[in-house]
Ligand binder design. Structure first.
Ligand code: IDP
Ligand code: MG
Length: 154
């Protein structure tokens, strides 16, 4: 099972779209294993967005990500990192496919509602960065036999 860190960004909180984001992932059949609200500070953002700190948009991105609380979530599922990136859509919401979260609900690249991990490795690392072990929940999901074949959930 892979893990993905999802951040409902300040625009999702301000626009009342937290529930829509959660619903999309729930409806896919994924398992929510951790969730909390937080205000992200500069140090956390610099670590999280380490690959972007030298880019021209970073200052604006950091300012925006600090502008109001966010909702942090850890999700788990079979090959879920790629599935979630597909559900989330392209970074530029104007180019994101209709039906995706960004394609349906956002316009600006710097206001694209949601962060989602981009690889199995970053998913594991990002979940570990934002959640302590006692904030993550392992539990049986009764619908799993209707979502997965047996070998996919081992
Ligand atoms: P991703 O969120 O789809 O993985 P990344 O390239 O990792 O996209 O960029 C991280 C975040 O930085 C984006 O989600 C977006 O908020 C912001 N960003 C990326 N490129 C631009 C840009 O060209 N202008 C403004 N913001 C950008
Ligand atoms: Mg990224």
């Amino acid at each position: 099972m892979e893990r993905t860190l999802i951040i409902a960004k300040p625009d999702a909180v301000q626009r009342g779209l937290i529930g829509s984001i959660i619903s999309r992932l729930e409806r896919k059949g994924l398992k929510l294993i951790g969730m909390k609200m937080a205000t992200l500070d500069e140090a956390r953002l610099r670590t999280h967005y380490a690959e972007h700190t030298e880019k021209p948009f970073y200052a604006g991105l950091e300012q925006f990500m600090k502008s109001s609380p966010v909702v942090l979530m850890a999700w788990e599922g079979f090959e879920c990192v790629e599935s979630i990136r597909i559900l989330v859509g392209s970074t530029n919401p104007r180019q994101a496919a209709a039906g995706t979260i960004r394609g349906d609900l956002a316009i600006g690249t710097g206001r694209n509602l949601i962060h989602a991990s981009d690889s199995k490795q970053s998913g594991a690392a990002e979940v570990a960065n934002f959640f302590n072990d006692d904030e993550l929940f392992g539990y049986d999901k009764s619908e799993y036999e209707h979502v997965y074949e047996g070998h996919e959930r081992e």
